[in-house]
Design a protein around this ligand. Structure first.
Ligand SMILES: [Zn+2]
Length: 119
């Protein structure tokens, strides 16, 4: 289950940026070729986030469609899945432009000042 290691790095990135604040929401861009199962990732995230600043944070996934440039004819194609082939000439020698990303696009953090609840 590679979602667990993905979730682990998301939580680490989120907590590093949060600098002590609570993470409310994490927006993630996931390339289509990563073949991430959203439900598994959400589950893994919940698990890993327990006891961290990201506990209870909402995880939002944006699926990034794959695209590549053909080394044969130079055309750019959107790639729906495997095999990755050029839409114009059918060539298989493609330079991948999108579809392998896996990054934290934005973080929503709790406002400063609401940290101390006085207990
Ligand atoms: Zn081509």
């Amino acid at each position: 289950m590679h979602e667990l290691s993905i979730a682990d790095s998301i939580v680490r990135i989120a907590c590093a940026h949060a600098a002590g604040r609570r993470v409310v929401k994490v927006e993630l861009k996931v390339g289509h070729l990563r073949q991430v199962v959203p439900e598994s990732l959400a589950f893994a995230f919940e698990l890993v986030a327990q006891g961290t600043a990201a506990e209870g944070a909402e995880l939002e996934l944006e699926d990034v469609r794959a695209a590549g440039r053909c080394r044969g004819c130079g055309a750019e194609s959107e790639l729906d899945g495997f095999p990755l082939a050029c839409a114009r000439c059918g060539g298989l020698d493609l330079e991948l432009l999108r579809g392998e990303e896996l990054l934290v696009d934005s973080l929503e953090l709790e406002e400063m000042g609401v940290m101390s609840r006085g207990d």
